[in-house]
Design a protein around this ligand. Structure first.
Ligand code: SAH
Ligand code: DHB
Ligand code: MG
Length: 222
């Protein structure tokens, strides 16, 4: 019952605020057609990512967890003409769908998809001496959330913004005894956020078409 209501309100927002267009709905249709799981962000959360990246003035964005490139399109829309986005995806079949979706959305040039385990791709990026990122969206395997957040801290600058998706999981995050690796990983990332003086952060619960979940938002302060 509440889930249905949340979905109806999300549908109202998406329609009234015009949060769907050809590139976005086409990306979701192609993802579904290819059998990808429907675990992309909701349209209003995608727009929130775009707005946060715009407010931050992001020129270099890192995304961990591409899937079909739906959130990637929202984030890429925040970029100035000379901006760039690197997105990391484990599954080659997801990356192939994302590549086509991003090309169709007009981001053939500005979005680099790196295929493989994100920890390997991050190590490679560090070896390449990648410039600091202005905005990082962490949305892959939740067990590695503390590793991704720690990497982000080392490869951002004061003023950079980090968003960690899916930190609530229907409330499971509050369970200190949880043995679910995703919950353990998410709690460890929140522990790092709390303990790290270089990060200032919060966490917010959300309801909507994707159920009951939430995100953490942090700013690199030094
Ligand atoms: N950000 C997307 C959703 C990502 S779903 C959106 O909102 O549209 C999570 C993705 O992370 C999946 O495609 C999954 O294959 C990928 N993933 C899981 N483990 C990973 C890993 N170790 N390294 C990189 N990607 C991983
Ligand atoms: C899952 C992953 C996500 O990134 C998401 O937004 C929802 C669910 C999952 O792995 O179940
Ligand atoms: Mg997610």
């Amino acid at each position: 019952m509440p889930e249905q209501l949340w979905t109806e309100v999300d549908t109202y927002f998406t329609d009234r605020l015009s949060l769907a267009d050809e590139a976005l709905t086409g990306a979701l249709a192609a993802s579904e057609e290819a059998g990808l799981p429907g675990i992309n962000v909701a349209p209003n959360q995608g727009k929130l990512l775009q707005l946060l990246a715009e407010i931050q003035g992001a020129r270099r964005i890192l995304e961990i967890g591409t899937l079909g490139g739906y959130s990637t399109i929202w984030l890429a829309r925040a970029l100035p003409a000379d901006g760039s986005l690197i997105t990391l995806e484990y599954a080659p079949e997801h990356a192939a769908v994302a590549r086509a979706n991003l090309d169709r959305a007009g981001f053939a040039e500005r979005v680099d998809i790196r295929v493989g385990p994100a920890l390997d791709s991050l190590a490679r990026l560090a070896e390449e001496g990648t410039e600091p990122f202005d905005f990082v969206f962490i949305d892959a395997d939740k067990v590695n959330n503390p590793n991704y957040l720690a990497w982000a801290l080392d490869h951002t600058r004061p003023g950079s913004v980090v968003v960690v998706d899916n930190v609530v999981r229907s409330g499971a995050v509050k369970d200190a005894e949880s043995t679910d690796p995703a919950i353990v990983g998410t709690r460890a990332a929140l522990d790092l956020l709390a303990a790290e003086p270089r990060l200032s952060g919060t966490a917010v619960q959300t309801v909507g078409s994707k159920g009951y979940d939430g995100f953490a938002l942090a700013r690199v302060i030094s």
